[in-house]
Design a protein around this ligand. Structure first.
Ligand code: ADP
Ligand code: ADP
Ligand code: MG
Length: 453
């Protein structure tokens, strides 16, 4: 039985997990870097351990320090959150070897799905459509060039180990390809210490649609519907919603079935997300699987009435899923805006610093996941996402209205944020019409730059 959980993360997701532990009557242990000594997650947890210097490689990515900390406090399990070690098969294995439960899938499954190029092969074998592209990974420019005639331009060059929109480049012709491949590959080496790349046909103006799944250790797999994450900048999500304005019941059923097939193909256990890309004709293709809880899990929780983090913990504890497929209905509409400490007018440059004053919105169907408090100092060391504002309303129009109300009320003084930028998207006619693809932000920014907004 799990009684004590160490949370191998920081910021709002660490706070979210600590709260889930408390709701389940479990003990929580925070780890933190020296930089994070005054962070909210450190204050909220039942126990806390400093595990190293500020840079993530010395703290939140230091596997041995984290395992030692967990053993020292007598933790039964480790929740990795998202980012950091959440998709690191070696870490999951290290947990296992030390008698600790890793709250996530097995290291074998992380290996199979976490490597994006290999996942394409797994999915093909499971009969799930993938984006046309290279049959496996490539490490050399010449080998990559040999594949070009088969795929055809435009092409998306991607890092096999990629994530967070890094190591990803578009090439529209052979000349661009050489440059972009080299750039993407060096990005990948720097960010993921891996030179393995793969190629995909670049799909113009697609939608990003993903399916949340939950699976227990007894072969029960449930699909919890879709999230539309098409509002992106630099391949990174800014706004997510469920249900998608572009998906009807028939398409939802097809997507759910494809996601279930994908999960069953690898005997998946715990929370996972299958990401699909959908073209203009409504055809969809597997893009990648995230073998962890996702930043935007809150919108699914709001429309399905579930607690996905609590469910992750129960599954890891060997319990059966607390719901069945027929229990899952998408009720109403939920939207999430990611709030970042950044300056939109300066190309979204990060804006760390002190939070001198904070006012958070609240009310019926308004949820704010954050680790901010008045007097907190946002460090420059980590991701700039500082809050997630999530609203739930009977329909999309009401949800947009509620988001405007929530964002309008929210006050963060001391640092610059993208609050106004998010508010202006809520007022955009295309967004309001649900007429959005992954190029939405690019168009939106060029309208702004042209003074048309
Ligand atoms: P997600 O939808 O969870 O952001 P992505 O695949 O878009 O998933 O993100 C890629 C990686 O970047 C993930 O490992 C995710 O955890 C990490 N990431 C994204 N935003 C943050 C954040 N604010 N803090 C830490 N890691 C983040
Ligand atoms: P990451 O691991 O960084 O999340 P993904 O493979 O999920 O990488 O891609 C991130 C985003 O890039 C997608 O959400 C989508 O908007 C865009 N993208 C990825 N592959 C393609 C493609 N083949 N064609 C067009 N856009 C793509
Ligand atoms: Mg992705």
């Amino acid at each position: 039985m799990i009684q004590k959980i160490l949370i191998a993360n920081r910021g709002e997701i660490a706070v979210r997990i600590i709260r889930a532990c408390r709701n389940l009557g479990l003990q929580s242990v925070a780890i933190y870097s020296k930089e994070d000594a005054n962070s909210l997650h450190v204050q909220l947890a039942d126990q806390r351990i400093c595990i190293g210097e500020g840079p993530a490689r010395n703290s939140y990515l230091n596997k041995n320090h984290i395992i030692t900390a967990a053993l020292n406090v007598g933790a039964d399990a480790i929740h990795p959150g998202f980012g950091f070690l959440s998709e690191n098969a070696d870490f999951a294995r290290l947990c296992q070897d030390n008698g600790l439960i890793f709250i996530g899938p097995s290291p074998e499954v992380i290996d199979q799905m976490g490597n994006k190029s290999q996942a394409r092969q797994t999915m093909t074998a499971a009969g799930v459509p993938i984006v046309p592209g290279s049959p496996s990974h490539v490490r050399h420019l010449e080998d990559a060039k040999a594949l070009l005639p088969d795929i055809g331009f435009p092409i998306m060059i991607k890092a096999s180990s990629g994530g967070g929109g890094k190591g990803m480049r578009i090439a529209r012709n052979a000349l661009e390809f050489e440059d972009q491949f080299t750039i993407a590959q060096s990005e990948s080496i720097n960010a993921f210490a891996d030179d393995a790349m793969y190629l995909e046909k670049y799909i113009e103006d697609p939608k990003h649609i993903e399916i949340q799944i939950m699976a227990d250790q007894y072969g029960q797999v449930v699909a919890l519907g879709e999230r539309d994450c098409s509002v992106q900048r630099n391949h990174q999500k800014l706004i997510e919603e469920s249900p998608s304005p572009a998906i009807d019941d028939r398409l939802r059923e097809q997507l759910n079935q494809a996601a279930l097939a994908a999960a069953r193909a690898v005997q998946y256990v715990n929370a996972g997300t299958i990401e699909f890309i959908m073209d203009k004709s409504g055809d969809f293709y597997f893009m990648e699987m995230n073998t962890r809880i996702q930043v935007e899990h809150g919108v699914t929780e709001m429309v399905t009435g579930t607690d996905l983090i609590a469910e992750q913990i129960r599954i890891a504890d060997g319990q059966h899923l607390s719901f069945k497929q027929e229990d899952i209905q998408l009720r109403g509409h939920a939207i999430e805006c990611r709030i970042n400490a950044e300056i939109p007018a300066k190309n979204f440059m990060p804006s760390p610093g002190p939070v001198n004053h904070l006012h958070l919105p609240a009310g019926n169907g308004v949820r704010v996941d954050t680790a901010l408090y008045s007097g907190y100092q946002i460090p420059s060391e980590y991701d700039s996402m500082i809050a997630k504002v999530i609203v739930h309303a009977p329909d999309r129009e009401a949800a947009i209205q509620k988001m405007k109300s929530a964002l309008g009320e929210m006050v963060i003084l001391g640092v610059e944020t993208n609050l106004d930028f998010q508010y202006s998207i809520m007022q955009n006619p295309d967004f309001k019409a649900g007429d959005i693809t992954t190029s939405f932000i690019e168009h939106f920014l060029s309208l702004k730059a042209g003074g048309k907004l």
